[in-house]
Design a binder for this molecule. Structure first.
Ligand code: FES
Length: 166
């Protein structure tokens, strides 16, 4: 064994150590690039407190950049298979985009009216007039007490989605 061999070994170990640290740093950097941005993660779910809604006055929330209509129905609004029942109250939960060409309908006189081509949807989100080919779409949601979490497919969502398909 000579001094040269030891020096060569030392250089080899040093190079391997630098390469290992560089590789680990690269992996950390790649993970940060691939992971969704915090704003995207936060945008995945939207919580809606149902207790603040007034009957007959729908509110519009935003979930993943889409308007979501949530209407607490009045007692004289007719029952529908897509009603979400929480306690003694019934709600309509719908993506607020017209199913014709995607305009955002406005709430007028107990129905959503689409200004683009005159489509109309009743308080249950079902199309009643004009070109829309189907009811307002149902967003995925989960019920947690008096709150719905948009973005999760809970049992209530699946039950309503199945009823809408039947
Ligand atoms: S986009 Fe609503 S009726 Fe055409």
């Amino acid at each position: 064994m000579s001094k040269d061999t030891n020096r060569r070994d030392f250089i080899g170990y040093s190079f391997a150590a630098v390469a290992a640290v560089g590789g680990a740093a690269s992996l950390v950097g790649m993970k940060q690039v691939w992971d969704p941005l915090p704003s995207v993660l936060a945008g995945g779910f939207t919580e809606v407190d149902l207790s603040v809604l007034k009957a007959g006055e729908p509110e519009t929330f935003t979930w993943r950049g889409k308007p979501i209509f949530v209407l607490k129905k009045t007692s004289d609004m007719e029952d529908n298979k897509r009603d979400l029942v929480v306690g003694s109250d019934r709600y309509t939960v719908a993506i607020g985009l017209c199913t014709h060409l995607g305009c955002i309908p406005a709430w007028k006189k107990d129905q959503w009216k689409c200004a683009c081509h005159g489509g109309e949807f009743n308080a249950s989100g079902q199309q009643t007039f004009g070109p829309p080919p189907r009811p307002l779409d149902l967003p995925p949601f989960e019920v947690k007490g008096n709150t719905i979490v948009l973005g999760n497919e809970g049992p209530e969502y699946k039950q309503i989605a199945d009823a809408m398909m039947a």
